[in-house]
Ligand binder design. Structure first.
Ligand code: DGL
Length: 270
């Protein structure tokens, strides 16, 4: 049996497109609807209660469009994955925190690992809990990098200004002893700044993100539930809660392919 329904993916903005990119690569026969809640970005400076409400509204909007599962392609919103799963049950819901923790441990099994993420993700300690849930007691340092999201959304991802900001945030992480063996990009916007982060961190520190492991986890869930699409004819569409033209223009950097402005629909989640 083949299930042609699309997979719903959402983020506060364009960062989740770095996850969608990997999903498209791993699951070329699947259709996707991506929702960027651009009107309410950033999520990463908001309270956990507000983020939960936003995440539930975004997920419900995707369900209303007939998706067969929801991928929360935002670390901050993934903190609410249990609340979203409860709302959508029995529809499968997958966040990016557990896949990210798995990727970090694969890159640095004995640690130390530095987790860089939004303020809300760091405050909630979700990555520490996810790494511990995998049975690891490696040393973990965490650092919030609040300016990375606006830089990435602005498409300002390289050059001296970006490197100075990266150095400012990574300073305490790089000086922590023992030095981290891996930096986990615990926000789906941060892979856009990977070049600048790598330049500041140096070649000995591995940079990991959750995109690839999240795509593997989505593929496994589809198989497990018997809802893969083998019929081909994959479609890609986009929803944004503000400025669809800007989403199409700047989103191409995150997705790694052009986005047709005509394929981005403006919606209201309130
Ligand atoms: N992309 C989101 C994440 O992975 C954060 C962006 C935001 O602060 O809205 O955490």
């Amino acid at each position: 049996m083949s299930d042609p329904r699309p997979i719903g993916v959402f983020d506060s903005g364009m960062g989740g497109l770095t996850v969608l990119r990997e999903l498209i690569r791993a699951l070329p026969d699947e259709s996707f609807i991506y929702l960027g809640d651009t009107a309410r970005l950033p999520y990463g400076t908001k309270s956990a209660d507000t983020v939960r409400r936003y995440a539930q509204q975004a997920a419900a909007a995707l369900v209303a469009r007939g998706v067969k599962m929801v991928v929360i392609a935002c670390n901050t919103a993934s903190i609410s994955s249990a609340a979203v799963a409860e709302l959508l049950a029995p529809l499968p819901v997958l966040g990016v925190i557990a896949p990210g923790a798995k990727a970090a441990l694969a890159a640095a099994p004995d640690g130390p690992v530095a987790v860089i993420a939004t303020e809300t993700t760091v405050k909630g300690g979700a990555y520490r809990a996810a790494i511990r849930a995998l049975g690891s007691d490696i040393p973990i340092v965490q650092q919030a990098c609040p300016l990375f999201v606006p830089l990435a959304e602005e498409g300002l991802v390289e050059g001296p200004i970006v490197e100075a900001i990266v150095a400012r945030y990574l300073g305490p992480v790089l000086e922590s002893m023992p030095r981290p063996k891996a930096i986990l990009l615990g926000c789906t916007h941060y892979p856009a700044l990977k070049g600048a982060i790598a330049k500041v961190a140096g070649p000995e520190i591995a940079l990991v993100d959750s995109a690839k492991t999240a795509a593997d986890a989505v593929a496994a869930t589809l198989r497990e539930k018997g809802i893969t699409n083998s019929g081909g004819a994959a479609a890609l569409s986009f929803l944004a809660t503000d400025a669809p033209d800007r989403f199409a223009r700047a989103g191409a950097i995150f997705l790694g392919q052009p986005i047709d402005p005509g394929a981005v629909e403006l919606i209201d989640l309130q």
